[in-house]
Design a protein around this ligand. Sequence first.
Ligand SMILES: Cc1cc2nc3c(=O)[nH]c(=O)nc-3n(C[C@H](O)[C@H](O)[C@H](O)COP(=O)(O)OP(=O)(O)OC[C@H]3O[C@@H](n4cnc5c(N)ncnc54)[C@H](O)[C@@H]3O)c2cc1C
Length: 441
Amino acid sequence: MTEHRVTVIGAGLAGSEAAWQLARRGIHVDLYEMRPQKYPPAHHTAYFSELVCSNSLRAAAIENAVGLLKEEMRQLDSLIISAADNHKVPAGGALAVDREGFSRYITETLEDHPLIDIHREEVTKIPEKGIVIVASGPLTSESLSHEIAKVTGEQYLYFYDAAAPIVTLESLDMTKVFRASRYGKGEEAYLNCPMDQDEYEKFYDALIHAERAPIKEFEKQVHFEGCMPVEVLASRGKDTLLYGPLKPVGLTDPRTGKRPHGVVQLRQDNAEGTLFNLVGFQTNLKWGEQKRVFSFIPGLEDAEFVRYGVMHRNTYITSPVLLQPTLQMKEHPRIFFAGQITGVEGYVESAAAGLIAGINAAALAKQKDLLIFPKETAHGALMHYITTASTKNFQPMNVTFGLFPELTVRLKGKRERGRAQAERALEILKEWIEKEKICDI
Ligand SMILES: Cc1cc2nc3c(=O)[nH]c(=O)nc-3n(C[C@H](O)[C@H](O)[C@H](O)COP(=O)(O)OP(=O)(O)OC[C@H]3O[C@@H](n4cnc5c(N)ncnc54)[C@H](O)[C@@H]3O)c2cc1C
């Protein structure tokens, strides 16, 4: 029998999960991790799957999309979730872990596995042959970043994330918001939130006094030209925003028949048109402050934020151009990407991407059909987003029900809708696991 081998680069949350999914399917894994020889700026230990910041894997309940994602991972025998369940600490409705116990469990499980060979060294070149999973994370080492840029094309690799917040369409007050493009050009592509002078001044005042998130030492070199945080731009002068992202030219509010004093524009963010980003609102405000301050914008009083704005170092690729939903490169199907580098955001999402890449790399090694998760599942919805999102402003994304296909029934409460989405997802996943014989790949 020929021996199946796969190389995994990076033993973070994604690489550890991918290695586990491969090995449990009988595939021999070469797992490369550069720590402790070399450390990314946010890591401090030599353990695999180190949690670099919070010790929380976020909401536990399946009525929340990240709770559902974890439950799906449990159904697929995830190493990361079994480590979390085995090392959980009290955290109300969240799944939080004893960080050292969590990472030690993962490290020992992988070290003890007879099919996993561990190499504690930095990878600087993607192997020229064989199946490879690149899971080197948001702080990928410099030499590997250059190598990835060669494979993907320079224009498709980002080094930092300057993202504006994203809200759901259904949470907007459409009695205030109007659809239009400036000067009526082309289709009515934007949603516009008009402000009169009084509304603008209240918003402005809240914005310049809001609390900002501290910038980490290693993030200070991030370039902000052409991409300044909205609060920094605002602090240059009271009217600066009115000549920048809030300029009202070419727009008429149908309610008043006049040009507003200022306009916040929202741009469609997913193919389905259920999510919109606030144009020009990349920000470094704390998340709670974003919710408070941006609710001064007419139409956004009760907005649901599926992603807050951020400005931090983050290496990621333009997955909508480069990847298939199997996480293989379109151009080089033997190369997979997994984890935060694919444009998912968060510990759990990164691990889930590792799980998908691991299963599919095993299928490829065994010359079986590769799998695309159903869109109704949290895994499938996330993969659908990162491979079909608009490429122009592609930014890493947390899992949220805003990415799922709509339910066929209309339910009122958010919790009820979440439960219905989760029940549908788990039922479809169960049938799909049996049909595709995922455990036997
Ligand atoms: C500062 C910071 C704080 C964050 N805080 C949170 C948070 O609180 N909650 C949350 O949900 N998400 C957070 N994230 C986002 C993200 O979920 C985590 O970064 C997560 O660890 C990503 O998982 P990953 O497997 O893709 O990458 P990582 O967990 O970073 O794993 C990548 C691994 O690859 C290794 N590596 C890199 N280059 C090479 C190379 N050339 N050769 C060999 N090995 C290499 C690294 O040492 C690392 O072990 C944070 C991100 C950052 C940067």
